[in-house]
Write a protein that binds this ligand. Structure first.
Ligand SMILES: [Zn+2]
Length: 84
C-alpha cells in the first residue's frame, strides 16, 4: 500500500521526506494552537411542566393507596425506607 507524500499519514508511516515532515509540522502546530478550554454548554435549567393526565393518574393512584393503607403515608413520610 502506498501513501501519498506530503501528508501526515505518510509521515506516520515512517516517511521523513521534506513534504511529509512539513505536513506533520503543520498538523502539530495546529494541534498545539487548539483551544485548551472547551466552552461548556449552558447549564441545564430544569424544565417546568404542567400536570397532565399521567401525573393526575399517579396522584389518584397514590391517594387510593393512602386510603387503603394508612400506614403507607407514615412510611413514605420517612423517605420510604424500611425499618431496621
Ligand atoms: Zn514523504
Amino acid at each position: 500500500m502506498t501513501t501519498k507524500h506530503g501528508t501526515r499519514h505518510c509521515y506516520k508511516d515512517g516517511c521523513r521526506c521534506e513534504d511529509c515532515t512539513a505536513a506533520n509540522a503543520a498538523y502539530q502546530q495546529k494541534y498545539r494552537e487548539r483551544p485548551m478550554i472547551v466552552p461548556l454548554l449552558a447549564p441545564a435549567t430544569p424544565q417546568t411542566f404542567e400536570h397532565g393526565p399521567v401525573e393526575a393518574g399517579v396522584e389518584e393512584e397514590i391517594a387510593g393507596l393512602a386510603e387503603a393503607r394508612p400506614g403507607l403515608l407514615w412510611f413514605l413520610s420517612r423517605g420510604g425506607e424500611a425499618l431496621k
